[in-house]
Design a protein around this ligand. Sequence first.
Ligand SMILES: [Fe+2]
Length: 567
Amino acid sequence: MSGDFDSHGWRMRVAAARGTGRSGLTLAGGMVLNVFTGQLEEKSVSIADGRITAVGGAGGTAEIVDCRGKIIAPAFVDPHIHTESSLLWMPEFARAVIPHGTCAIVTDPHEIANVAGLPGLAAMRAAAVGLPIHIRFTAPSCVPASAYESPGAKFGAEQISEMLAWPETVGLGELMNVAGAVSGDRIIGEKLHAASGRRKDGHAPGVGSLRLQAYLQSGVTSDHESTELAEARAKLELGLFIMIRQGTTERNLEALLPLVDDWTWPRCAFCSDDRDCFTLKHDGHVDAIVRDAIAGGMDPFRAYRLATFNPADYWRLDGIGAIAPGYEANLNILTDFEKVEIESVLFQGQTVASRGEMVVDLPENRPPDFLLDTMHVAPLSTASFRLEPAHAKKAIVVYDGQIVTGVQNVDPVVVDGQAVTDVESDFLKVACIERHNATGRVGVGYVRGFGLQRGAIASSIAHDAHNIVVVGVSDEDMLAAVEHVVSMKGGLATVADGTVIADLPLPIGGIISDQTLAAVSERLEHVEQSANDLGCRLTSPFGLLAFMALSVIPKGRVTDKGFVPVA
Ligand SMILES: [Fe+2]
């Protein structure tokens, strides 16, 4: 699928396929999954130069691997993910997903783009070099996500054009600014122009009817934001390719399973969007989605197709996602088809993972120094978290397991002329602190649903601009939590009674760890638990905290510019 053409390798494969030469490796005796016909048949799979030379009826070969009793399936493809959400730098991300059978992802690196612009994206690209997985990019379309957000870098049409020229860039990333797209916004128009002729990924949560038809004038052809069946069906009817998302927080598979029927299956795929390292380690990646889909009643052949060929085909990743002559030999060897039990993973014909572990060394690909120093915060005090009663007439309401929020009209509790928190009624404060350019801007509002009984939790993962977001009971603890995040050069922190009780440093851009999958996963679990220990009722307190400032998801947010209603 790269643009490179190796004539020597091609001639070698031609000879092997014709029987006048030899393949390097033949997998023999296994049941081979054909995602085009929906069949499992015992056939040999021969490989040379990283690609499949023959399926069945192979000629000579240098090595035979006995696959009797095993299933040979194409490796998985994730058509929409943000690797930053794993909290892992690219080599550790690869270590997290490859043993789960993933051979290709299309990532929209808009988290790093918000922090560090094109230089940050170039660093991500460099970090992916040499990994035994295809890392493909979409060019972020919405940095900033809206005019209410204050990112650390500009990413306009000029930067999009530059990124689209990379061979690893497959199209334009999720078009989240629906308001801009349906109003004919000039800047959106410039970005769409820059991406003329390229695939465009959509992002239209809850958008229907005439508004959706106006949105589709942008030329987007996919969407991964449906949470209800009717919404997904309406989008599919209007031509969108539906990516059924099953992330850490957003889990839409169960609701959308009935969408996939005898007519619609070619227009669907699975994606993970945002999966943190704990979920990747303990649940899995695309393998887990396929497992859940089959357990939920989806035909297994169809489930594999939605996880292999369909996502590859959507992004025009020719030569991956199936087992056929000329395709890359990116294969999962399974011991159980329906439970998706993966024994080993081959990338371009080489075994790269076995029994859940990598078996090849990965390049270290360290991040550049500029990505390790991105916290620029003006001095703060408890006064930074004051909430004027006039700005406390509405509270954001969070719901467990959903990034969509509600908005509730409230009568603020006022003490000494300031709106204050009320633990009994679960009125806490949420604040967003600008942290890229030390402007001193802080937005403060009310939030319900976190349920903290004391203390505060803060995070420099704050989609999409990645300022610092904090929810707390007391201004003192909110201040202490934010100051600790700054001292770590980014990360997550829980504070109670002025003391840090758990943290997770994220020094790469303030959003990614420089540590291993195992270490980050353990520390993430600990810091999430610490918030629950303070009374938070949410399954993933920091997972939802990270979305409190995302001004493009309904219905209410607080950014550094204050409360933002979202239609
Ligand atoms: Fe996304």
